[in-house]
Design a protein around this ligand. Structure first.
Ligand code: AQP
Length: 332
């Protein structure tokens, strides 16, 4: 049976990349009959330093972001990772299945640890094994993510295959990454070759879900572009990363194809296209941002949602974890 899992780190402000690449797609993908499990991966977040109070606040804010984006906590399971111990338990077993060499090849590890690998946390290095556990502890079959997570999902498949081979079982499913749509890689507004990211020091590089209308309009107006008007055909975007990014963003927000956006706006100067994009973005994001504010005003209610979700998640994970221990040879 198909089962969807995905997670987001409560490590800072949610941005348009998280929304279009993840949250919006999660909301759109909630289909009757397919169980979706969405996780605030707080244990992933602490692989780099998090202030404890900020982590709690960000976890609640992220939960509010899911709900405000249209993820229904009744239909889907919404919870935070640390409340379901099976994630950490399975991650340990996967630490013993995965190889050092696999981990060393991960580009996120290389990017985040940088030149100072000796000083990075062991958790940051082992991050992809915990991610594999997040997915496989539910026997999830489909994982909607942005393009940046593709390599980690390949590693998840490698871990499942090696576990199954090592123990001669057909136990963990080989997960399918779901990387679809026009916004699987939203780029920085300041540099069309870098992805939009929480950790970019420039706030002008990203649109935060908490930005007000003025801030959104200003960031789009100041977004880096080349001096040419928009091309008349999609092929004309090939060598123009900044123009392509704005068109992709427009398409994703409006639920249009890139062809449709070009058919409508091709030939326009950015002086015309940017205000149209800003209006569209404000119309989409403002209700989300005000709903997030409303929800975060009642942290107790969010905590209840996370507690209930965690309970449902634990029920699914428990038999899979038990079976895993049995396969590995642990006395129960
Ligand atoms: N720029 C993006 N475009 C499309 N999708 C994106 N995602 C992240 N950035 C983009 C997707 O959002 C989900 C959550 O990812 P995460 O919690 O791992 O967040 P992240 O990758 O840590 O977010 P940042 O902003 O990139 O943080 P830093 O700067 O810390 O690395 C995932 O599905 C991801 O693909």
């Amino acid at each position: 049976t198909p089962r969807v899992f995905s997670g987001i780190q409560p490590s800072g402000n949610l941005h348009l990349g998280n929304y279009l690449g993840a949250l919006k797609r999660f909301a759109d993908s909630q289909t009757a009959g397919i169980q979706s499990i969405f996780c605030m991966v707080d244990m992933h977040a602490i692989t780099v330093w998090q202030d404890p109070e900020a982590l709690r606040r960000q976890t609640r804010e992220l939960t509010a972001g899911f709900i405000a984006s249209g993820v229904d906590p009744e239909k889907s399971i919404l919870f935070n990772q640390s409340q379901v111990a099976a994630h950490a338990e399975l991650a340990w077993i996967f630490n013993c299945v995965a190889r050092m060499g696999w981990m060393k090849r991960m580009t996120q590890w290389k990017d985040k640890a940088g030149k100072n690998q000796e000083n990075a946390s062991l958790g940051l290095f082992a991050y992809p094994a915990l991610m594999a556990a997040d997915i496989l502890v539910y026997h999830a079959t489909h994982v909607p993510v942005g393009e940046d997570q593709k390599q980690h999902l390949e590693l998840t498949r490698d871990i499942a295959i090696k576990f199954n081979n090592d123990f001669g079982v057909d136990f963990f499913p080989i997960t399918e990454p779901v990387i679809e749509g026009t916004a699987t890689r939203v780029m920085s507004l300041r540099d069309g070759t870098k992805k939009m990211s929480k950790s970019d020091p420039s706030d002008m590089s990203r649109i935060n879900l908490t930005d007000d209308a003025d801030a959104i309009a200003q960031k789009i107006r100041k977004a880096k572009t080349d001096p040419e008007p928009l091309p008349e055909s999609v092929e004309g975007l090939a060598e123009r990363p900044e123009a392509r990014n704005l068109v992709n963003i427009y398409a994703a927000i409006a639920d249009l194809s890139v062809e449709q956006v070009i058919a409508e706006h091709g030939g326009q100067q950015f002086g015309t296209f940017k205000p149209a994009l800003a209006d569209l973005a404000v119309a989409k994001l403002e209700p989300i941002s005000s709903e997030m504010k409303r929800l975060t005003a009642d942290p107790a209610q969010i905590d209840t949602i996370l507690r209930n979700g965690s309970e449902r998640a634990r029920e699914i994970a428990a038999p899979i974890m038990e079976k895993t221990y049995e396969i590995v040879g642990m006395v129960r």
